[in-house]
Design a protein around this ligand. Structure first.
Ligand SMILES: [Zn+2]
Length: 263
């Protein structure tokens, strides 16, 4: 049986599921942006939804033999099975608005989009490819931060990705960072905030430490909308907030501007 109706968790309205799908997974009633997968994201952005994937053969290993409530190696296998993805980021190349571009899209359904060694390596390689091929770079972040099961190895990815972006910058190539709900921790503290343009989707949670930790540390109540995209824009932390439906057109305009290219 196919499920035709669903309830929006934000506005509580019962909605026809196809209406949400037709609306790029944004609630037609309250504008709530539902989380989408990396592949759905890439399909929405590229011309005719066409692109090629690369670096698919880089697979994660359990270097620390880490066990929390379960062995890390088991979690990896389970997430690979569940998502049909080798890791929490997909590297891709294609055209948007006729402009060739490299896009890395993170996937929250793979271990909360956490950044382990492979995520860092794939993003670094994608940036290096953009530098070598003189292409603009886009990263779509959706991540809970560094992957605790890889300890310091995952923290090193912050430096590695940032260094690669510095070289892209030296080559005078554009980098646009798109922050989606949620973008927190080590990703915010590295490549997600290093764009020539840092833009977020409507109402995305963007921060380093979570609100609960901050409240406990400073012993103060946080203002309404704290760490949400519109709040961060108002406080100078972002360059813009864009609705999902406007994102593709927005990216094309920014790329044309930065590349001095005209339609
Ligand atoms: Zn809604």
């Amino acid at each position: 049986m196919t499920i035709l109706w669903t309830r929006c968790n934000n506005c509580q309205k019962i909605l026809y599921k196809q209406d949400i799908l037709d609306n790029q997974n944004v609630c037609p009633s309250c504008r709530f942006h539902f989380r989408i997968s990396s592949l759905e994201r890439l399909g929405l952005l590229y011309d005719e939804g066409r692109y090629e994937r690369f670096d698919e053969g880089i697979l994660p290993v359990d270097a620390l033999q880490f066990v929390d409530s379960r062995p890390y190696s088991e979690r990896l296998e389970e997430n690979q099975r569940k998502t049909h993805l080798p890791e929490a980021v997909v590297s891709s190349k294609g055209q948007i608005g006729g402009i060739e571009v490299i896009i890395c899209a993170m996937d929250f359904s793979f271990m909360g989009g956490s950044m382990g060694s492979v995520v860092g390596e794939k993003i670094t390689r994608a940036i290096e490819r953009a530098t070598a091929e003189k292409l603009p770079m886009i990263v779509i972040s959706c991540s809970g931060g560094a992957r605790m099961q890889e300890g310091a190895l995952s923290l090193m990815q912050m430096a590695k990705t940032s260094a690669a972006l510095a070289r892209l910058d030296e080559a005078r190539l554009p980098y646009i960072s798109v922050l989606t709900d949620p973008t927190t921790g080590g990703t915010t503290a590295s490549y997600s905030m290093l764009g020539d343009f840092n833009i977020a989707e409507h109402n995305a949670l963007v921060g380093f430490a979570g609100p609960r930790v901050i409240e406990q540390t400073i012993r103060e109540k946080l203002p309404k909308g704290f760490q949400r995209a519109e709040f961060l824009l108002a406080h100078g932390m972002l360059d813009d907030v864009v609705d999902r439906k406007a994102l593709r057109g927005y990216l094309i305009r920014v790329l044309r501007l930065l590349l001095n290219r005209h339609p």
